[in-house]
Ligand binder design. Structure first.
Ligand SMILES: [Zn+2]
Length: 297
């Protein structure tokens, strides 16, 4: 193999500055002058670029915003579930409250004012309810009609006075109320009365400034043993079906009713915890407090 030999290469024409050092010096001087005369301008440009960098979000920030926007979109499309527990403070309320605290879910307790002072345990439970963040306390009357509903609803002024008495003694921070023994609604356009004879009294409660909330689905219990319905899968299906068919009082919003006194023993408390955990992790649902129901505020 014959290696190329520089000596055999034809001589190339040499640039002028190589052969003339003065020419080289002059060229460098021109470059230096041009570069100096341009430097303030360049500096301004750089400053402008720097400023732009500070005000324009980088790609990571843009991606973060996109993720936040997508999350907000997912949240707004989720069905809203309002978990409501009635009749406390009574047997079971402390168990429900502890389960709610453990599972960290928003729940609205519909309080019977008389029950907040009936016994030492109930007074303590009421204190804990008042001091638990993330839950809501709503008006379920003072007397609960003494559980004699027909007689109670015959006197609308007595019904209104009962709710005002409850409000004055417990100072609720919202106007949501639930009628004792009745699934009645008076919120915005929703007007529903389940027992016609109670209509005038319920209208009067609404006129007095309360937003009357009933329920879409009830988690029932045995009125002898107080045990809650164990078939929670059936309750889930009923909830799914009603929401799918837009058959709730407000489409996309479902109010579930349960009763504190149904959760008295360990087995039922475990059932409640599992129920709350399932709802919480369901990506189609968002758990919301009763005062956030459309038309309440
Ligand atoms: Zn009740």
């Amino acid at each position: 193999m014959i290696l190329p030999d520089a000596g055999h290469t034809a001589p190339m024409a040499r640039p002028a500055f190589v052969s003339n050092p003065y020419y080289l010096l002059a060229t460098l001087l021109v470059i230096l002058l041009v570069s100096c005369s341009q430097s303030p301008e360049k500096s301004d440009q750089e400053h402008q670029l720097d400023t732009t960098k500070k005000t324009t979000p980088d790609s990571f920030t843009i991606r973060q915003q996109q993720v936040a926007d997508s999350m907000a979109q997912i949240r707004s499309s989720r069905k809203k579930i309002y978990l409501t527990f009635d009749d406390g403070p009574n047997a079971g309320t402390m168990n429900v409250l502890n389960a709610v605290i453990e599972e960290q879910v928003p729940v609205s307790f519909f309080i019977v004012a008389k029950h907040t002072r009936d016994s030492r345990e109930q007074i303590q439970t009421w204190e804990k309810l008042k001091n638990t963040p993330g839950i809501e306390l709503c008006n379920h009357s003072f007397s609960h009609a003494g559980n004699r509903y027909s007689r109670f609803y015959k006197d609308p002024s007595q019904v209104v006075a009962d709710f005002i008495r409850s409000n004055d003694s417990l100072h609720f921070n919202n106007s949501v109320a639930r009628m004792p023994g009745r699934n009645a609604w008076r919120i915005g356009e929703i007007q529903h009365t389940d027992v016609r004879e109670s209509k005038t009294a319920i209208d009067s409660v609404f006129t007095a400034g309360f937003k009357v909330m009933g329920w879409d689905v009830e988690w029932g219990f045995d009125h002898q043993s107080f045990a809650p319905d164990a078939d929670t899968a059936l309750i889930f299906r009923r909830m799914e079906n009603l929401l799918r068919d837009s058959a709730t009082k407000t489409p996309g919003h479902l109010v579930l009713l349960a009763h504190d006194q149904a959760f008295r023993n360990e087995e039922d408390i475990l059932l409640l915890k599992a129920f709350l955990a399932s709802l919480k992790k369901n990506p189609d649902y968002e758990l919301v407090l009763a005062s956030h129901y459309p038309g309440v505020k």
